[in-house]
Design a protein around this ligand. Structure first.
Ligand code: FA5
Length: 338
């Protein structure tokens, strides 16, 4: 029996595939297998009672050992065949931990703005990221030869459309759709062919605001701007209003926020101590006309919040390039798990 066991162990160790293991099973435990025949042909007549007992116990042990080894080998072979079939399955890897999703910092600021504006009676509309040249430029009093186009170079698609350079592209679109009076914001992604630095990206977010009604003045515009900034920053912030030129507003302004990193001293993020945050102004009569609104009857204001830059100021993000870095560790710092 010891010889059989030794021979069996050698054979099973050499068997790798499921077929080879089956052959070993037949060789030892099959109807004409070595162990089966050994048990069948044992000559009990020459054994004492004690010898018979010992023989029986040892034979059972051998059978059990063989059965167990065959089973184990078969299992191992199944596993290695599966692994062989799908090379990406590595059974030694730890299990997949489930990570919970969280809101992106820009999404959080966008949602906050939407809530504040909705409280002031604005509707939230989402424009087109892929726009026509007409809505992005011409309707906004920026004809093809206007130098303002140079500052907003963009990506041109083969179908003649462009990736919008600003959410202002939704102004005339919404006037065509809803007419006046209107009070709306358009948050969304914009694209520009841009030299990238700590505060400029080629893909960034803005939130446009548009109000068209009777007797709208700069006073209305300033009141709305003040309300937003105090709601978003939940503290007093220093702002400055200076003249700014945009062909689609008259008069036009730049509302700058005093840099919250350096307190206005000047740093790599802001440059001169001020962050250009909300360009704005009263809507140019030509834009109202492009939207089929009579400028003699209606007036309005518009503004374009730099949403990405607002998120930078709010969360203390010094470099805009983090947003598009794809580094999950960046996002994890701000996440509000829903
Ligand atoms: C505009 O895009 C105008 N459409 C804004 C406007 C709307 C004026 C309505 C008047 C009335 P400007 O190019 O300055 O303006 O961009 C607006 C804001 O978007 C900037 O103040 C800045 O905060 C943000 N911004 C512009 N370019 C980038 C960029 N490359 N990366 C990140 N933010 C940017």
């Amino acid at each position: 029996m010891d010889n059989i066991q030794k021979q069996f162990l050698d054979d099973i160790a050499a068997a790798v595939t499921s077929d080879q293991i089956e052959q070993v099973r037949v060789k030892y435990l099959g109807r004409k297998g070595i162990i089966t025949l050994f048990a069948k042909n044992a000559d009990f007549s020459k054994m004492t009672v004690d010898e018979k007992k010992e023989f029986g116990v040892k034979l059972n042990e051998l059978k059990n050992l063989a059965t167990q080894k065959l089973q184990d080998s078969q299992q191992m072979s199944n596993v290695s065949e599966t692994v062989g079939k799908s090379a990406e399955l590595d059974l030694t890897l730890p299990g997949n931990a489930r990570s919970l999703g969280a809101l992106h910092p820009i999404t959080m600021v966008q949602m906050e703005l939407e809530t504040v504006f909705e409280g002031m009676g604005f509707r939230v509309l989402y424009g087109h990221e892929c726009e026509t040249e007409f809505y992005n430029f011409e309707a906004l009093n920026i004809p093809a030869d206007h130098p303002a186009r140079d500052m907003q170079d963009t990506f041109w698609l083969t179908n003649g459309r462009i990736l919008r350079t600003h959410t202002s592209a939704s102004q005339v679109r919404s006037l065509h759709r809803f007419g006046a009076p209107i009070r709306a914001i358009f948050p969304g992604r914009c694209f520009r062919y841009e030299a990238i630095d700590p505060s400029h990206e080629n893909t960034f977010y803005q939130c446009e605001g548009l109000v068209v009604d009777k007797d709208i003045s700069v006073a209305n515009l300033i009141a709305v701007m003040k309300t937003i900034l105090s709601e978003v920053f939940k503290r007093n912030v220093a702002v400055r209003l200076r003249p700014g030129f945009f062909p689609f507003v008259e008069p036009g302004f730049e509302l700058d926020l005093q840099c919250l990193f350096c307190g206005g001293k000047g740093c790599p993020t802001c440059g001169d101590g001020w962050i250009e945050l909300i360009p704005c102004g009263l809507i140019h009569p030509k834009v109202l006309e492009a939207g089929n609104i009579n400028p003699g009857e209606y007036s309005g204001f518009a503004f374009g919040v730099g949403l990405t830059r607002l998120a930078m100021m709010k969360f203390g993000i010094r470099d805009i390039r983090h947003f598009n870095s794809g580094d999950i560790r960046f996002n994890e710092q701000f996440g509000v798990i829903l």
